[in-house]
Design a protein. Structure first.
Length: 234
C-alpha cells in the first residue's frame, strides 16, 4: 500500500470518532437516557428515522475502527517484532471492541423496529457498549505499552494511553440506575470523551508516520578469506 493509502487507513480512527459521536448525538434522548419501556417505545415511534440513522452511523463507525486497528497493528508489529505479543493483544482487543459496538448498533436497529420489546433491546445495547469498554481498555493498554517500550509514533501518547485505558475499566462499571456512576452519568461521559480524544491523537500520529517500513540493515563487509593451515612435513 502506498503512503497515501496508509495515511487514509490511519485516519479511519478519526473517522470512527466522528461517526460514533454523530450517532450518539442523533440517537433520541429517551434511548440514550431510558426512563422505561413505554418512554423508549414512544421516543422510537416519534423518532424512528433518527434511531435508524444512529444505528447505521454506529455500524459505519465500527467498520472504520476495524480498519484503524489494522493500521495500528502494522505500526506496532514492525516496532515490536514478530514474536512479541502486545501488538496481537491490541489487535484482539480493538477488534472485540468494534464487534461489540457493531452488535449494539444492530440492537438499536432491532429496537427501532420492535416497539414491544424496545426497552429491553435498548438496555441490551447499553450492556454491549459497557462490555466494549473492557475490550477497548485492552486495546489502549497494549498499544500504549508498545509505544512506550519501542518509542514508535509517540512515547507521550503511550504514557497518556495507560491511564485512559484504566479509566475505560472504570467506565465499564458505571451501572448505577442514576447519578454520576450511571451509564449516562458524568463520569462515563468524561471517560468516553478522553478515550475518543486519545484515539484521534493516535490516528493522527499513525497518519503522520505513513507506511511502516522495515529498517534497512547496514551493508555487511565480506568476511576475510580463510588461511589454510600449513603443516610441517613429518
Amino acid at each position: 500500500m502506498g503512503k497515501r493509502g496508509s495515511g487514509l487507513s490511519a485516519l479511519s480512527g478519526a473517522a470512527f470518532v466522528a461517526l460514533i459521536t454523530t450517532a450518539l448525538f442523533v440517537l433520541p434522548d429517551a434511548v440514550r437516557r431510558p426512563a422505561g419501556d413505554s418512554a423508549v417505545a414512544s421516543a422510537l415511534s416519534d423518532a424512528h428515522s433518527a434511531a435508524l440513522a444512529a444505528a447505521y452511523l454506529a455500524g459505519l463507525a465500527s467498520a472504520c475502527f476495524i480498519w484503524f486497528v489494522g493500521a495500528v497493528r502494522a505500526q506496532l508489529r514492525l516496532a515490536e517484532g514478530e514474536t512479541s505479543p502486545l501488538s496481537a493483544v491490541a489487535t484482539i482487543g480493538g477488534s472485540a471492541g468494534a464487534a461489540l459496538v457493531l452488535a449494539a448498533s444492530a440492537t438499536w436497529t432491532a429496537a427501532a423496529t420492535r416497539a414491544a420489546s424496545a426497552g429491553a433491546l435498548v438496555s441490551l445495547a447499553e450492556s454491549l457498549l459497557l462490555a466494549a469498554s473492557f475490550a477497548l481498555a485492552v486495546f489502549g493498554a497494549a498499544a500504549s505499552l508498545v509505544l512506550i517500550e519501542t518509542r514508535v509514533l509517540s512515547t507521550l501518547l503511550g504514557r497518556l494511553g495507560l491511564p485512559v485505558a484504566a479509566m475505560q475499566v472504570v467506565a465499564a462499571g458505571c451501572v448505577a440506575s442514576s447519578g454520576l456512576l450511571s451509564p449516562q452519568g458524568a463520569v462515563r461521559t468524561a471517560i468516553t470523551l478522553a478515550g475518543l480524544a486519545w484515539i484521534v491523537a493516535l490516528s493522527l500520529a499513525c497518519a503522520r508516520q505513513g507506511t511502516p517500513r522495515v529498517p534497512s540493515l547496514p551493508p555487511q563487509l565480506p568476511s576475510p578469506p580463510s588461511r589454510a593451515t600449513v603443516r610441517p612435513p613429518g
